[in-house]
Design a protein around this ligand. Structure first.
Ligand SMILES: Cc1cc2nc3c(=O)[nH]c(=O)nc-3n(C[C@H](O)[C@H](O)[C@H](O)COP(=O)(O)OP(=O)(O)OC[C@H]3O[C@@H](n4cnc5c(N)ncnc54)[C@H](O)[C@@H]3O)c2cc1C
Length: 209
């Protein structure tokens, strides 16, 4: 599939305003915090629903087109650097905190929610979110999961992997799966630990508890 055709199909999935195809507007996506490595993507797409992420992944999978997920782009290892023949999938529109449960001290959030925004939201309950990368004012929870991020609080509270119960994820072929559970432990292999720190290589995280 050529670039124009792909752009048309992505617009059909995510809407006209959610696909960026011109070089000037795509420029901010050419690198993450490791700016010595830059690459322009073929296209940038900003879906706003999990269903759209599924459709994008399915389409790209069918046509063998690489997809790179991106949170806030603060990563320091070029994990969000685009593929020149691929789609850069930004989670910038996934910014809802869907549920806060002070009783279980948990929250259900979309991946584009900033790390610090979670602590701000639960402050009225006398709570905060443990892992605190220095970039917490900007970095997203989706990026934190992909990088297993942490900060000074992690000496006491552990890394991201120790602070999440489950993730909803769109796999490479568009399948939607939930890994982990609402409980503190769940049966079977610890796939949540496999996902955490996998740098976006195993799928796109669309919700985190
Ligand atoms: C000033 C500064 C200070 C920092 N301090 C720390 C620190 O103290 N501790 C620390 O651990 N890190 C730190 N970092 C690194 C960085 O902020 C973290 O790795 C952070 O978790 C990245 O989040 P992001 O939203 O910016 O992700 P991005 O940079 O956008 O992406 C990072 C990786 O996650 C993947 N990804 C993003 N969203 C998703 C998703 N929804 N699903 C699947 N994969 C996804 C991307 O493909 C990429 O591989 C710092 C960075 C800066 C610039």
């Amino acid at each position: 599939m050529d670039r124009l055709e792909l752009a048309e199909k992505l617009r059909h999935i995510a809407g006209n305003d959610s696909v960026i195809a011109d070089a000037e507007t795509m420029r901010p996506y050419e690198c993450d915090g490791l700016s010595m490595y830059c690459e322009m993507p073929m296209l940038v797409v900003l879906p706003s629903t999990t269903r759209q992420v599924q459709d994008i992944m399915r389409l790209c999978h069918q046509h063998d087109i690489p997809v790179v997920a991106r949170g806030a782009g603060t990563g320091l290892c070029a994990g969000a650097m685009p593929h020149p023949e691929g789609v850069l999938l930004s989670l910038a529109k996934f910014t809802q905190i869907r549920e806060i449960c002070a009783h279980t001290r948990s929250a259900r959030v979309q991946p584009g929610v900033r790390n610090l925004a979670i602590s701000d939201a639960v402050k009225p309950y006398g709570l905060y979110y443990g892992p605190d990368p220095s970039s917490q004012i900007a970095c997203t929870i989706g990026g934190n999961v992909a990088e297993n991020s942490g900060g000074v609080h992690c000496l006491k509270y552990g890394l991201t992997v120790h602070n999440i119960l489950s993730v909803e994820m769109v796999m490479v072929d568009g399948e939607l799966v939930t890994i982990g559970s609402d409980g503190l432990d769940c049966g079977g292999m610890d796939l949540l630990a496999l996902i955490t720190g996998s740098e976006g290589l195993l799928g796109v995280v669309t919700e985190v508890r």
